[in-house]
Design a protein around this ligand. Structure first.
Ligand code: BJW
Length: 233
């Protein structure tokens, strides 16, 4: 039997695409419908907070109409059944990994169902709209913003992620274009640690050449197949 291994999995918008959540950079994706500078930067928020709050309120509300798919469920099955370590890192702000049964998930770009108080810095679980400027549950200031990471801001959990990459021996990137750093650089960190690097994607990502192996197809097919392989070892 193979010894337990340390697996780090990075997921992106592609894993939730078949659940009906728009990706960012595909044809018809979110960045064709909205300017990145307007809705995903601190400067855009300062310029037009109503536009930004409305954009995230709409996406938070839309979570009620989607469900996890076979790829989310397969990763949860892996986390539960694998004898080694499995760290699941997502760039996604949806909650489909959790609703698919995953245990611990690191949301490096934040979460739609969390609000960040710009007055006291508290992060609060949140599932209502923000556009009406509700008070912070801790300090009562009406200064909540979506708890998501915009361009120019520091992603969450970077210390834990880099620590895991340093000791991982399998790195798997699922459904991300490799266009956004620091996530796009994780494959290089994992390679430097001697990990085997596998990409599962509909199309090759920008950093596809950095992976030892690329499998192309829909996440709902590729991910359960790969999980079956790992659990059979
Ligand atoms: C399927 C599929 C199916 C479809 N099955 N697959 C120059 C060089 C290097 C870096 C920089 C630079 N200039 C600026 C930077 C830094 C900047 C950056 O990367 N900019 C780039 C544009 C170059 N990064 C930042 O500012 C970050 N912060 C930072 O760097 O802090 C300093 C720091 C330094 C050192 C260490 C640590 C930190 C912050 C980035 C924040 C990104 N925020 C967003 C918005 C979040 C909130 C929201 O959701 O609105 O995060 S942008 C957006 O892109 C979102 C995503 O998480 C992220 C990645 O997108 P993703 O998931 O890859 O989606 P897509 O649409 O791009 O791709 C979908 C993929 O799915 C495709 O590959 C399809 O093929 C695939 N797919 N269907 C399988 N069925």
């Amino acid at each position: 039997m193979a010894p337990p291994r340390n697996i780090v999995i990075l997921t992106g918008a592609g894993i939730s695409a078949e659940s009906g959540i728009d990706t960012f950079r595909s044809a018809g994706g979110l960045w064709e419908q909205h300017r990145v500078e307007d809705v995903a930067t601190p400067e855009g928020f300062a310029r037009d907070p109503d536009l930004v709050l409305g954009f995230y309120d709409m996406r938070r509300a839309a979570l009620a109409d989607v469900a996890p798919n076979a790829a989310h469920r397969a990763l949860a099955r892996l986390q539960a059944a694998y004898s080694g370590e499995v760290l699941l890192v997502t760039q996604n702000v949806d909650d489909l990994h959790e609703r698919g049964g995953a245990g611990q998930v690191l949301h490096m770009h934040g979460e739609l169902k969390s609000a960040l108080c710009t007055a006291c810095g508290t992060r609060s679980r949140w599932d209502r709209a923000l556009i009406e400027r509700p008070p912070c549950p801790v300090c009562a200031a009406p200064m909540l913003r979506p708890d998501v990471v915009w361009f120019g801001e520091m992603p969450y959990e970077m210390g834990r992620i880099y620590q895991a990459l340093e000791v991982c021996d399998l790195f798997v990137s699922i459904g991300t274009s490799g266009a956004v750093y620091p996530a796009a650089g994780f494959v290089q960190e994992a390679r430097a640690a001697g990990a085997h690097c596998l990409e599962l994607n509909l199309e090759p990502s920008e950093g596809s050449h950095l992976f030892h192996e690329t499998r192309l197809g829909p996440a709902s097919v590729l991910v359960p197949e790969w999980v079956d392989e790992v659990l059979a070892c």
